[in-house]
Structures are given as structure tokens and as C-alpha cells.
Design a protein around this ligand. Structure first.
Ligand code: 4AD
Ligand code: MG
Length: 433
């Protein structure tokens, strides 16, 4: 009779049965006639016990010599054991070594961040990156689920573009046959076109910024999810962002408990993420900062990372800051009709001091005003002609925002640095591996 294959995350379906697991040796210890193998198979980790008299002698001897990350399959009985991590243990009866790995460079001891990043292709297998990237997966799934349930259509934007969406200082220019174009900083302008075709859309893909800053919040390549909604105003997209973040946190709590435990995440902080999120204006936020001795904020400035930390640390849930000075924001944002020097925009700052997760706005929908903004920002009008068509043919009020995926994952997982929240991080100093 052939033994069925099983995966570690579904061992509960196989209690007292004999199954075969295929994976890698994460750790091993031996005591006389016993080997204890920590086997990982991608879906989880389980302790496999080899008792000398219950397994072929050659297997027992071979396992005794295996180095970390050797690949093997083990067949044995699944036993429920409350004391075992994960609640199960495998009593091994047979098995096969696929490859004997020697001198695996990442050992369970502490390594420096730089070393680990240079070995990212292997580091992915360790507990912490494993947990984080599974949380990232659940965040992506929950986001798509959220928008799909609300009848949004996913329409993706191109990566090559002639348009500078977010200013000209962080553009990556690339040779494109006989001309030069940029790697996209944001899919927004194209999402606006799609919204006029489908009503409610989102795009979700990699975006690029030649960020010279070396901070824990900045990558040069990061993923952004950008909804865009026809007939929506600033308040509508604030509501949308609030619902979206609550949904994502709820789903991660449901689906990725084990991973949050691996990261020793304080679950109560996530359970506190409930509607309504506090909403304040830039002017109110400015007042708070001016009264805070720890802030170097000057009126009229954009908020720096330390300012955002001060603001978001005041609440146990994300904080929405609206109506920034138009001066510090992007060309496409609609001005507040009640106050020309402010725009109808929102930044959502994550709780626990993590800073900006989301930037969004109502869009300038008037052709002449938009033209004036393009001139004021010194942007080349030719490159924006197609975008101006959206204001020539059936312009309507509309709004949208962009969520930085890695910042969102870091916030939920309680991880400081965004470089851990993407499989292969690209920063000013790193494009390898
Ligand atoms: O605030 P940003 O620049 O907004 C836009 O790009 C808009 N066009 C989005 C829109 O309205 N459709 O960027 C949006 C979010 C930020 O809040 C942040 O979470 C993330 O993208 N982000 C970065 N994440 C990692 N590394 C960087 N260098 C980032 N720059 C922005
Ligand atoms: Mg922003």
C-alpha cells in the first residue's frame, strides 16, 4: 500500500495515520538511539523522531550525518502531542535522503542584517522571512478580495511610462529603443483613465523611485495598490481606505496566527485596528507638532518621518491627516474650494509610529486648472496630453489613493524595516541577489 504525501500545515487531517513528508532539515539533535529532526516543508515545521530500532539502519546512520538544509523525505506516524511545537510529532518509520548539504552558511545563531541580505536567496528559508512573506501573501490576497467584493475591476498600469506622476526628482530613466522613458513611480494616471472606463478600478504592481534616502521606510522598487473611483470625493476614499485596512488586518489575524507568533507580534495591537480611525487636518496636526518639544516641524513644511511618528504614536489605530498645503503635494491634487492653498488629500499614518501607509486625494478634474498645475510644476505638457483628454471628454469628480504594500506588511507584522517585507529588496545600496 502506498503512503500518502502530506504537508505540515495540514497534519491535523492525518492524526494517527502514516504519511510521507518531503522537505529540508532545519535543525537536528541526537541522544543515544534517537535523532530529532526539525523538518520544514515550506508549509510549516515539525519534529520528526527517529528511534534506531524503528527505522532502517542505513537511514538512521545517514540522518546522523546530515547538515542543515539537506533535503529528504520521511515517512512516519502522525502523533498529536500537546508539548510539541505545532501540536504534532512524526514517529519515523522510513525515509530517503535526497541531497546531503554541507556547511549551510546561515546557522540558527545570530547573523548581521547585511550578511543575511547578501544571502537573501537562502535566508528566505529561515523562520522570520518565511513568516513575513506568508503574511505578505495574506495581505495581497485580502486586498484583492476586498476590492473584488466591492465590484472593483483590476486594471493594471504599465511599468514603462513617459510621465512623471510624483515629481521629477525620483525618476529612473531607461533607454527605450530610440528614446528614453521612466520606470513608473505610480500607476495612478493610468488608473484614472481606467476609472473613466470601468467606474471603480484598482491597479497593483511594482513601482520605482530613485530614492536617495536610506531609511527603514524606503525601497527603490516597491509594490503599490492604487484604487481609483469615479464620482468619489475625499471623504469617500477616506472611508474606503479605513474599510480596506480593517479588512486586511482582520484577514491576517484569521489566516496567519502561526506566522504572527513566529514574529512575536503583539496581537492586541492588531485587534485594536477598528473603525473609526481618527481624522485631523494638516493644520491640526501642525499644532500638535508645534507643541511637541521633540519636533523640529516648521509651519508649511511637509511632515518628516519623526513628525509622522509623533503623530501616529498618539493613537492605537491609523490616523488620517487631510488638507495638506498644495505646495508640498503633487500636481494632480484638487485644491480645497474653501481654501485655495490647501488640497483635498489624505495621508494615512499607521499606528505604533510606523508613518505613512497611504497617500491619496481627490483629483483636479478641471482642464484649465490642471493645465495650470502642470505648468506650475514645470512638467512637459506633451507627455500629459493623453491625461488631459480625460478632462476633455466627460470629466467627473474622482478620487483615489496608493497603499505601499511593504509598509502595510511591516505595520501589520510589527517589523521595522520594509526591506524585510519584500522577497528581494532593492535599495540605493542593494540590487543583489
Ligand atoms: O504618497 P505616494 O507618493 O502617492 C502616490 O504615488 C499616489 N500617486 C498614489 C495614488 O493616489 N494613486 O505613495 C503612496 C504610498 C505611500 O504612502 C507609501 O506607503 C508608499 O506608497 N511608498 C513607498 N514605499 C516604499 N518605498 C518607497 N520609496 C515609497 N514611496 C512611497
Ligand atoms: Mg505620500
Amino acid at each position: 500500500m502506498s503512503v500518502p504525501f502530506a504537508t505540515i500545515e495540514h497534519l491535523a487531517d492525518h492524526v494517527d495515520e502514516t504519511v510521507t513528508l518531503r522537505g529540508w532539515l532545519y535543525n537536528k539533535s541526537s541522544k543515544g538511539k534517537l535523532h530529532f529532526v526539525q523538518l520544514r516543508d515550506g508549509s510549516g515545521m515539525v519534529q520528526c523522531v527517529l528511534f534506531k530500532k524503528n527505522v532502517p539502519e542505513s537511514l538512521f546512520d545517514e540522518v546522523g550525518t546530515l547538515g542543515q538544509e539537506s533535503s529528504l523525505s520521511l515517512t512516519g506516524k502522525v502523533v498529536a502531542d500537546e508539548r510539541a511545537p505545532g501540536g504534532f510529532e512524526i514517529q519515523v518509520e522510513d525515509g530517503q535522503v535526497l541531497q546531503v548539504a554541507e556547511d549551510y552558511p546561515i546557522t540558527p545563531k545570530e547573523h548581521g542584517a547585511d550578511f543575511l541580505l547578501s544571502k537573501r536567496h537562502l535566508w528566505l528559508r529561515s523562520r522570520r522571512p518565511w513568516a513575513l512573506l506568508r503574511i505578505r501573501d495574506a495581505v495581497i490576497f485580502a486586498l484583492r478580495e476586498f476590492f473584488s467584493e466591492r465590484d472593483f475591476v483590476c486594471v493594471d498600469s504599465p511599468m514603462f511610462t513617459p510621465n512623471a506622476c510624483e515629481g521629477t526628482s525620483t525618476l529612473f530613466e531607461v533607454d527605450y529603443f530610440d528614446r528614453s522613458v521612466f520606470l513608473t513611480q505610480s500607476g495612478q494616471l493610468y488608473a484614472e483613465a481606467s476609472a473613466m472606463a470601468h467606474g471603480k478600478v484598482y491597479c497593483f504592481g511594482p513601482t520605482f523611485r530613485a530614492e536617495k534616502s536610506k531609511t527603514r521606510r524606503h525601497l527603490t522598487e516597491f509594490w503599490m495598490l492604487e484604487p481609483e473611483v469615479a464620482f468619489a470625493d475625499l471623504r469617500d476614499i477616506c472611508d474606503l481606505a479605513e474599510d480596506m485596512l480593517c479588512h486586511v488586518v482582520k484577514r491576517v489575524l484569521e489566516r496567519r496566527r502561526t506566522e504572527l507568533e513566529v514574529l512575536e507580534r503583539d496581537i492586541s495591537k492588531l485587534e485594536a485596528i477598528q473603525k473609526p480611525f481618527p481624522r485631523i487636518t494638516y493644520d491640526e496636526a501642525a499644532q500638535i507638532l508645534l507643541e511637541d518639544p521633540g519636533s523640529e516641524f516648521k509651519p508649511g513644511d511637509d511632515f518628516g518621518a519623526p513628525d509622522e511618528t509623533i503623530l501616529s504614536n498618539r493613537h492605537d489605530r491609523p490616523l488620517m491627516v487631510t488638507h495638506y498645503p498644495s505646495e508640498v503635494k503633487s500636481f494632480y491634487m484638487k485644491r480645497d474650494p474653501e481654501r485655495e492653498d490647501r488640497c483635498l488629500c489624505v495621508d494615512v499614518l499607521g499606528s505604533e509610529g510606523v508613518g505613512e501607509l497611504i497617500g491619496g486625494s481627490q483629483r483636479e478634474d478641471d482642464l484649465d486648472l490642471l493645465l495650470e498645475r502642470i505648468r506650475k510644476h514645470d512638467l512637459p505638457r506633451e507627455a500629459f496630453e493623453w491625461f488631459l483628454d480625460l478632462r476633455r471628454y466627460g470629466t467627473v469628480p474622482h478620487s483615489g489613493f496608493g497603499l505601499g504594500l511593504e509598509r502595510c506588511v511591516g505595520w501589520i507584522a510589527g517589523v521595522e524595516h520594509v526591506r524585510e517585507c519584500i522577497p528581494f529588496p532593492r535599495t540605493i545600496y542593494r540590487v543583489d541577489p
